[in-house]
Design a protein around this ligand. Sequence first.
Ligand SMILES: N[C@@H](CCC(=O)N[C@@H](CS)C(=O)NCC(=O)O)C(=O)O
Length: 216
Amino acid sequence: MLALYGHLFSSYTWKALIPLYANETPFEFRSVGPDQPENTAFVQAAGPMGKFPVLQDGETVVFESSAIIDHLDAFHPGPNRFVPADPAAAIRTRMMDRVFDNYVMNMMQESVVAAIRNPGAPDPEVLARVNEKLERVYAWLENWLDTYDPPLGITLVECAAAPSLFYADWVHQIDRRFPRLARWRAHLLTLPAVSRCVEDARPFRAWFPLGAPDRD
Ligand SMILES: N[C@@H](CCC(=O)N[C@@H](CS)C(=O)NCC(=O)O)C(=O)O
């Protein structure tokens, strides 16, 4: 039996949950937090920074969400193949995975961290810098979507894009200048594997340090 360690409100945990849900792969979810010290200890010991998600597959422990998705593709394949077999398409897929992690998810998290550090008064310079960078990536994605032919199912691109765009929009709204991006985000949220993550995370919304908007 596979076990996934993470938290239902965590964006990177969603990135690993989406492929598991999409392929209906059986697994046990092991939540981390003060009430589950043994799960937290497992995660702390798994990787160099003690970050989640972490996948346990028998004796094998996999950390880093993209590596987890590769592991699922290789050892627990299902109807959705997350990285295409064609090498050129696979490179494009992995490139976009890096775009969403590095320039959307991690960028958005900088504002979240600023708000955790100074509750109620996050450093305005951090917020302004993050918003500027997010606008730049939104504009780039708006053009990219003109050429992106979304697959029928879910790939690594959708796994990375859904959680990063979901929360980035909370930090800095994807406004009317980016209509394709806003439409694609809305479409991603209708995918059953994604909407399950959104619903399961709903009870934790009060935790969002910048204040969760009520639009999703
Ligand atoms: N590159 C990692 C990032 C994982 C990450 O940043 N996870 C966050 C939760 S969304 C985390 O573990 N935060 C707790 C911490 O940093 O101690 C991945 O792709 O899995």
